[in-house]
Design a protein around this ligand. Structure first.
Ligand SMILES: [Zn+2]
Length: 168
């Protein structure tokens, strides 16, 4: 189980957030728009079709001074992932030139999988402050801070489909 706390709401629900910065929990003086297809690098990498599920769009309270760090954390991981994927595809693919199309895809996919394992571990151990995963009919909201997740849960309790705060 990831160390982040996950709360799933129906896709059409606009969730309410606590009146606290997502990052430092002080009074927010700004907000940040999050648009995301999938926070799961494995899914995002292997199932680009997940894009068809649509994306989640949500406004999250944040203070101005935390914005930079939040965006940096978010994009640095995305960018590292994309770079690894590109490196594998461009530099490893040629070695499998003689292979059939399917086995080549499997081989390159397997190498890419191994290459992104460290990222998956990082995501697991140090979850992002906040992240979302959009599914066909629902959106998963993932919080690194359990207390913040609990407040979020209480604000949206009636609409929650599934969460791992039930045991509290
Ligand atoms: Zn803050």
């Amino acid at each position: 189980m990831p160390l982040a706390t996950e709360i799933t709401l129906p896709k059409e629900v606009r969730p309410e957030f606590p009146d606290k910065c997502i990052s430092c929990h002080s009074k927010p003086d700004s907000e940040i728009k999050i648009i995301q297809n999938s926070s799961n690098p494995l899914l995002a990498f292997f199932i680009p079709l997940i894009m068809l599920f649509g994306c989640s769009r949500v406004k999250v309270p944040i203070c101005r001074k935390c914005k930079k760090g939040f965006l940096l954390q978010r994009w640095s991981r995305e960018i590292i992932l994309i770079i690894i994927a590109l490196v594998v595809v461009f530099f490893v693919s040629p070695y499998f030139g003689e292979w059939s199309s399917l086995s080549k895809k499997l081989a390159v996919g397997g190498i890419a999988l191994v290459a992104i394992i460290p990222i998956i571990i990082v995501e697991f151990i140090w979850p992002r402050v906040f992240s979302t995963t959009a599914w066909a009919n629902s959106v998963e909201y993932e919080f690194a801070e359990r207390d913040y997740a609990l407040e979020f849960y209480k604000l949206n309790e009636e609409k929650v489909i599934q969460s791992d705060v039930d045991d509290v």
